[in-house]
Design a protein around this ligand. Structure first.
Ligand code: UDP
Ligand code: MG
Length: 322
């Protein structure tokens, strides 16, 4: 079998500080894998500029001018990490990749773990998940919230790989099937398990960011977390139905209880119990409406079928590519 063409897909948003540091590391890893006979020498590094406001695109363009193995696409505006990644995977497939590895550009994920991922591909896996072996470099809060979140996702019935972010090898075979997943609310790490095919995991240590700062403030993390649940599972709606049933039953029992009280002449002013029940029911109703509204909002976004990303520019083809 001929060696597979690998595309390393790297989303970048305002990364002018870190890109000049990590790009050579990616290239070294690529050439190491080439000389180890793991991948074809047509393999490339594909940067996706996610509408950065700094000079990231200039950095990518000059990298690509300096070496044909660097390539880049530029999105027309900031679309968020997941969409940028999707754009990159799509482009890699289009350019003839046999396998792709997606990774962040900040050097936090162990770049050398890629070799082991490619080895797993050679052993027959179509998807290889990069899984963090420890979370020592995370703050306690991040570690705690991440752990609880994975547990919550499991309970909600979403099939996600524990402690796997978006460092992952995906073969062209899987990507071609994935093209049929046309939803606009995307949560890639939860969607690839849905495609199926043989998969496995590779463990690695995660480091501190090399430079620049994280683009995942609490608000973005919460919204990704929420998207994760509501795009993968309709269990919250079921839970609401359950709560509704429970509350209805409870009220029914309460009505019987108050009737009995009335006929035995034990009626009390009862203002407190009445008002607390009203408050409780209002709360349950508002919560339920909110969750149902969230799903209806998603339906609304899906029915519009807007493009998930728009590519505005590509680095020019280098003559060495032919
Ligand atoms: N990123 C992106 N678009 C965004 C935000 C982030 O493409 O709107 C990229 C970013 O450049 C990085 C990756 O997504 O390569 C992960 O972001 P970051 O390192 O800031 O997140 P963290 O590792 O702190 O979760
Ligand atoms: Mg990071």
């Amino acid at each position: 079998m001929e060696n597979p063409v690998l595309y390393i897909v790297i989303p970048c948003y305002n990364e002018e500080e870190v890109l000049p540091l990590t790009a050579p590391q990616f290239l070294k890893q690529l050439t190491d894998m080439m000389s180890a006979g793991l991948i074809s020498d047509k393999s490339r590094i594909l940067f996706v500029n996610d509408g950065s406001r700094d000079t990231t695109w200039e950095v990518i363009s000059s990298l690509s001018a300096s070496d044909a193995r660097y390539k880049g696409i530029c999105l027309s505006r900031n679309r968020g990490h997941q969409n940028a990644l999707l754009a990159g995977l799509h482009e890699a497939l289009e350019q003839g990749a046999d396998i792709t590895v997606s990774i962040d550009c900040d050097g936090q994920d162990d770049i050398t773990a890629m070799s082991r991922m490619v080895e797993e591909y050679h052993k027959g896996s179509e998807i290889v998940y990069g899984v963090r072996s420890s979370r020592d470099t995370d703050k306690f809060m991040k570690r705690f919230t991440a752990r609880s979140y994975y547990k919550l996702l499991k309970v909600m019935g979403a099939d996600v790989v524990y402690d796997h972010a978006d460092y992952r090898l995906v073969s062209a075979k899987v990507l071609r099937e994935f093209e049929n997943f046309t939803e606009v609310n995307i949560y890639l790490r939860g969607m690839f398990p849905l495609v199926g095919f043989k998969s496995t995991s590779v463990y690695y240590e995660r480091k501190e960011r090399e430079a620049g700062k994280s683009h995942y403030p609490l608000s973005k993390m919460l919204s990704l977390a929420f998207d994760g649940i509501t795009s993968l599972s309709i269990k919250p709606i079921r839970i609401i139905t359950g709560i509704g049933g429970f509350v209805a039953l409870f009220s029914f029992i309460f009505i019987i209880y108050s009737f009995v009280g009335f006929f035995t002449g034990n009626t009390v002013p009862g203002w407190a119990s009445t008002s607390s029940i009203i408050c409780f029911l209002c709360g349950v109703q508002l919560l339920s409406l909110g969750v149902i509204g969230e799903y209806i909002g998603k339906i609304y976004l899906e029915t519009k079928r807007r493009p998930r990303f728009i590519i505005s520019e590509r680095t020019p083809e280098n003559s060495e590519d032919e």
